[in-house]
Ligand binder design. Sequence first.
Ligand code: ADP
Ligand code: ADP
Length: 220
Amino acid sequence: ESTIEVTDLRKRYGPAVALDGMSFTVTPGHVTGFVGPNGAGKSTAMRVILGLDAPDGGTALIGGRPYRSLSRPLTHVGALLDAGALQPSRSARNHLLWLAHSQGLTARRVDEVIEQAGLREVARRRADGFSLGMRQRLGVAAALLGDPSVLILDEPFNGLDPEGIVWMREFLAGLAAQGRAVLVSSHLMSELQDTAGHVVVIGRGRVIADAAVHELLAGV
Ligand code: ADP
Ligand code: ADP
């Protein structure tokens, strides 16, 4: 099961409240948008779901279990956090080969995700020379290596040109249509409204709205 269930998450960093009782569900088969201004708590929530940060309270479960108790976390959950930080000093393909090797995956799988993420033409170039847009694609390719049923992507539209945004939208919609649960954050509703069936809008660590896009746009 690949439903993500976040219940009453709370997290403070010193005096700063990052998560203030946040609850939402991400269902498989859809892109769920996770929208809010910078500082709203999107990355923190994603890091907690991925077991990279401990919450002060509440739970984040994937298929009913915390990330850290999943038996095969990397084949269950793929993540992209901060693609801007991704600057491997080797070719894109070698970077993916290295990640695949560490997960016990084959070179054939690497070539599949290179193809899927539209990276064939740049796969042999040094990835530290990539534009942010190409790093986003590389990050998504890396997240897909284990063929996960859950994808958690933090701001994958950042740094993409208009054509890249359209490509990423269609790519994510396709991944969700294959039955994956896909949670995608953005500070811009406009990037997600044509892709996400459902949007969770957050502000100051809380859920402000949680509805189908057509309901949100109708002002419900
Ligand atoms: P978003 O991803 O929506 O931009 P974040 O989750 O990054 O929001 O941040 C939520 C709040 O928590 C902000 O006020 C931010 O400054 C604070 N915060 C996040 N990570 C840290 C950290 N490691 N140390 C201190 N404060 C943090
Ligand atoms: P489709 O992709 O078939 O157009 P939608 O993505 O709009 O369908 O969602 C179908 C139903 O599932 C809607 O009622 C929607 O509100 C609900 N849904 C989708 N994602 C979520 C979610 N993350 N949490 C709760 N309900 C959701």
